[in-house]
Design a protein around this ligand. Structure first.
Ligand SMILES: Cc1cc2nc3c(=O)[nH]c(=O)nc-3n(C[C@H](O)[C@H](O)[C@H](O)COP(=O)(O)OP(=O)(O)OC[C@H]3O[C@@H](n4cnc5c(N)ncnc54)[C@H](O)[C@@H]3O)c2cc1C
Length: 401
């Protein structure tokens, strides 16, 4: 049996960031993960799973020591964000409008995880258990006991960062409020005839949005004139199923027909489909177990906010425990840990609800609603007061600053 201050279950982006954040407070941490991420090699093709990382998340990753490595590997900055339904109501958000150099970066999820793991392996107060799995979890007044396949651990605090279908959440009987969206998302990695771009854009079609996320091209010097991108195609589940069954060449033709012309010529390299579920845990805490990241909440990814909310959870947890330690409180007591949920629940709910409003507003077929949505986008772009206040406030909120 081994004893730790904290055990983190799940070594994805949020679990790895949590382990580092807790270790920075001088706590001993065990990190349990089912499978080790594959090492990075500059020749590797882009992974399908990528995230738009906000400025706030970049600051956290910097503080955890992981950001510079990610940028050295590959990450694509974007400075502009274009949104429209009809061309005449095109709205563009620009980093300059909020006095920033860029709005965020598009990064492969695995590289985020790997860079955090690199830092974890350099910390003497974090022990990594991988590949390992949780078998059971019990709690008493003093500690939590986690039985793994090879070893038993005890902890004062357990972090559930084991994703949307969290086993820990189920083991401690925390229920969720959840529903499936009608749409699924297809992620498509493409090579573009255009060189690397500094814009990410999204067009709302009656069937769901189509989006463009630029990827960094540095790894492929022979074709530096080309760019790479991750396209996201939201559509009814049956249609995404049909598209998934197509060959890359057939899919390429369908993409060229449905995506806006500004995409230019593309070549499909890889594709994958993902169901969309909205889930919110009924509570983030059961005694000394806390839920973070997707184990606590999943949202519609149309504004690329999911993992950014998780990173905000990590920041809140670190600040709650740091304050408790600073005040000489028992940082692991249930009433202290409860402050984490107070800090995060409303913010997560607000972002989830904002995505739901956008999802419903833009999938509504009524012609009146259609006119209203284009008029709102047009007004935000053309009316100076709305442009300066609403648009820039919304942008700063999306960037987490
Ligand atoms: C199509 C799509 C596009 C998205 N795009 C964006 C975007 O642009 N920006 C953004 O911010 N978010 C985006 N998201 C959301 C983002 O991917 C998630 O919010 C993020 O992956 C959550 O990270 P996590 O670490 O909480 O969970 P996960 O990434 O699910 O990691 C959980 C980890 O726990 C491990 N694990 C699970 N069970 C156990 C166990 N019992 N024992 C040990 N280990 C275990 C798993 O192996 C995994 O490594 C998108 C989501 C989707 C579906």
């Amino acid at each position: 049996m081994k004893n730790f201050d904290c055990v983190v279950v799940g070594g994805g982006m949020i679990g790895a960031a949590s382990a580092l954040a807790l270790s920075q407070l001088g706590l001993t941490v065990a990190l349990i993960e089912k499978s080790e991420p594959k090492c990075f090699d500059i020749e590797q093709a882009f992974d399908l799973r990528v995230s738009a990382i906000s400025l706030a998340s970049e600051y956290l990753l910097e503080q955890l020591g992981a950001w510079s490595q990610i940028k050295q590997w590959r990450a694509c900055p974007y400075k502009r964000l274009g949104v429209w339904e009809h061309e005449y109501a095109y709205t563009e958000f620009n980093a300059k409008d909020i006095q920033q150099d860029h709005l965020g970066h598009i990064v492969e999820n695995r590289l985020l995880q790997l860079s955090l793991w690199q830092q974890i392996k350099a910390q003497s107060n974090i022990q990594l258990f991988c590949p390992e799995k949780l078998v059971s979890l019990t709690q008493d007044n003093d500690k939590a006991t986690l039985i793994l396949t090879q070893i038993t651990l005890t902890a004062k605090l357990v972090i559930a960062a084991d994703g949307a279908n969290s086993q820990v959440r189920q083991l401690v009987n925390i229920g969720t409020t959840a529903w499936d969206y009608q749409q699924s998302a297809m992620l498509i990695n493409v090579k573009t005839q255009m060189s690397q771009q500094d814009i990410t854009w999204q067009q709302y079609l009656p069937t769901g949005p189509v989006a463009f996320l630029p990827l960094a091209t540095s790894f492929d010097s022979q074709t530096a004139a080309n760019g790479y991108a991750s396209l996201v195609w939201y559509h009814q589940r049956d249609e995404i199923k049909r598209l998934s069954a197509l060959s890359n060449q057939q899919l390429q033709r369908e993409v060229m027909a449905m995506f806006p012309q500004k995409l230019g010529q593309i070549e499909v390299l890889a594709k994958g489909a993902f169901p969309l579920t909205r889930r919110h845990a009924n509570t983030y805490q059961n005694n000394r177990v806390l839920l973070l990241g997707d184990s606590a909440h999943t949202i519609n990814p149309m504004a690329g906010q999911g993992v950014n909310l998780g990173f905000k959870d990590v920041q809140a947890l670190q600040s709650v425990i740091a304050s408790a330690i600073g005040e000489g409180e028992s940082w692991h007591k249930a009433h202290v840990l409860g402050r984490y949920e107070k800090m995060r629940r409303t913010d997560n709910l607000l972002m989830q609800s904002t995505m739901d409003v956008l999802y419903h507003a833009f999938s509504h077929p009524s012609p009146i609603i259609k006119v209203l949505r284009s008029a709102s986008l047009l007004a935000v772009n053309k009316v100076p007061l709305l442009n300066n206040v609403v648009k820039n406030k919304a942008l700063a909120y999306a960037c987490g600053i």
